[in-house]
Design a protein around this ligand. Structure first.
Ligand SMILES: Cc1cc2nc3c(=O)[nH]c(=O)nc-3n(C[C@H](O)[C@H](O)[C@H](O)COP(=O)(O)OP(=O)(O)OC[C@H]3O[C@@H](n4cnc5c(N)ncnc54)[C@H](O)[C@@H]3O)c2cc1C
Length: 402
């Protein structure tokens, strides 16, 4: 097996590693997972740095797949029946190809941190990450515990160095508060998830409820918005209380809240750089891996990390890469522009999308796995005027390939 040159040409000492992973969230830990499973594992030294190296209880990560996920044992719950409601109508379907999965960050980070602690190749460092610089054929990271160097650094902690000057026309957030609740009586069907329920007040931008039942009595329920401004915590929570009351006749005394989560995921047409500086690769959210129109990031992180490790195993440098093909970037730009400027039409689009297309086809489309004829068929099922207007608004980006 060939070892990439940059992994070999440095002296080994306390401050130098073959690879530094800066940030031990979903991206950093996923990269570490694939490195630990790779043929390189016993031949490289890895430094993992984060401000916290404890299992993270704060998130649930959901994604769908055609049974291709590499760590099925870590999946907490899966659903094969989804519902979307909009404009007073509900569309429900059994998925035939995909399954919708949920992973708890506490399980995922706990498992990978435990493997890291057992490995002789990995050093864990609790420290604040302050900056990166390239240095010769490698790079350095400056932390509260000193400066460390490596042949290659993968970072998911700091925004890219050119963040403030990168091109962006639409900058929204997918922001939400979620409650994991436990009820006193059976209420939910653990096989059926509500992917999006738009039949709620639309006061601050495109807004929906998301409900993932884990058992007859427990579920995660999230009040989610696609908009530019984060709300006060109480506004999300009031909306959740209201939904539980109207939809499930639950009064606050009839359930208790096991856990809360908050998220704000960028939904932008920003062009993210692959590298912070030479030999420092951006990963995860700061690497632009969030799908601009959905916020789903977790599976993209897996795909990217697998590809990086494959390159390293083949003795190659990981390549600079745009996450999406150009036509999918254009679709994202159009839909982002509609989400920002046309709330009512956005909901009509979601309604028509799920009314007229199979859920499996839509999920594959969102995964950017569809063919052009399939995409034309999807677009022909949607109102076309909002898309024409969005092309006009975004023409300087769409027609310049930016
Ligand atoms: C609550 C929530 C739910 C989500 N749900 C989904 C979902 O269902 N499906 C999906 O696909 N995506 C989801 N996402 C989006 C995305 O998958 C997650 O944000 C994911 O955690 C991104 O991984 P990351 O490694 O880029 O960032 P993070 O997981 O946030 O990791 C970054 C790491 O860097 C560390 N760090 C940051 N700054 C410093 C510093 N200066 N010094 C030291 N350490 C630092 C942090 O401690 C953290 O551990 C969700 C996001 C949130 C917030």
């Amino acid at each position: 097996m060939k070892i990439p040159g940059f992994l070999m040409d440095r002296p080994m000492n306390q401050q130098h590693y073959d690879i530094i992973i800066a940030g031990a969230g979903a991206a950093g830990l996923t990269l570490l997972y694939y490195l630990l499973k790779s043929r390189l594992h016993s031949q490289i030294s890895v430094l993992l740095i984060d401000q916290s190296l404890q299992p993270d209880p704060s998130k649930t990560w959901c994604f769908w797949d055609h049974s291709s996920f590499d760590i099925p044992e870590i999946i907490y719950h899966s659903w094969n029946h989804l519902t979307v409601s909009a404009l007073g109508e509900s569309y429900s379907e059994d998925l035939l190809m995909n399954k919708y999965h949920c992973i708890r960050s506490i399980d995922y980070s706990g498992m990978i941190l435990q493997e890291a602690r057992k490995s002789e190749s990995v050093t864990l460092l609790k420290a604040e990450i302050r900056g990166f610089a390239s240095a010769g054929s490698g790079a350095t990271v400056e932390t509260s515990e000193g400066t460390f160097s490596a042949g290659m650094i993968f970072q998911s902690a700091l925004k890219p160095s050119d963040f403030s000057t990168s091109k962006v026309d639409v900058s929204l957030l997918q922001h939400f508060v979620g409650w994991e609740i436990e009820c006193r009586e059976d209420l939910f069907d653990p096989n059926k998830a509500i992917l999006m329920d738009f039949d709620i007040e639309q006061l601050n931008g495109v807004t929906f409820m998301y409900l993932l039942p884990f058992s007859e009595r427990s579920a995660l329920i999230e009040h989610t918005l696609f908009s530019a401004e984060i709300l006060d915590q109480e506004q999300y929570e009031e909306a959740i209380r209201d939904y539980l009351s109207k939809r499930f006749h639950l009064t606050p005394g009839s359930y208790f809240i096991r856990r809360k989560e908050f998220g704000a995921i960028p939904m932008e047409d920003r062009v993210y750089s692959s590298f912070y500086c030479p030999n420092v690769m951006n990963l995860g959210i700061v690497g632009g891996l969030a799908k601009p129109t959905t916020g789903y990031t977790f599976k993209r992180i897996h795909n990217r990390c697998k590809s990086i490790v494959r390159h390293l195993e083949e003795g190659k440098m990981p390549e600079e890469k745009r996450e999406s093909q150009y036509r999918f970037r254009v679709y994202d730009m159009m839909l982002l522009s509609i989400l920002k400027n046309e709330t009512k039409n956005s909901i009509q689009i979601f309604h028509d999308l799920f009314e007229k297309n199979s859920f499996d086809r839509i999920l594959d489309f969102l995964d950017e796995k569809t063919t052009i004829p399939q995409e034309l068929s999807i677009f022909s099922s949607l109102p076309y005027l909002p898309f024409f207007r969005s092309i006009y608004r975004m023409k300087h980006r769409i027609f310049t390939g930016a």
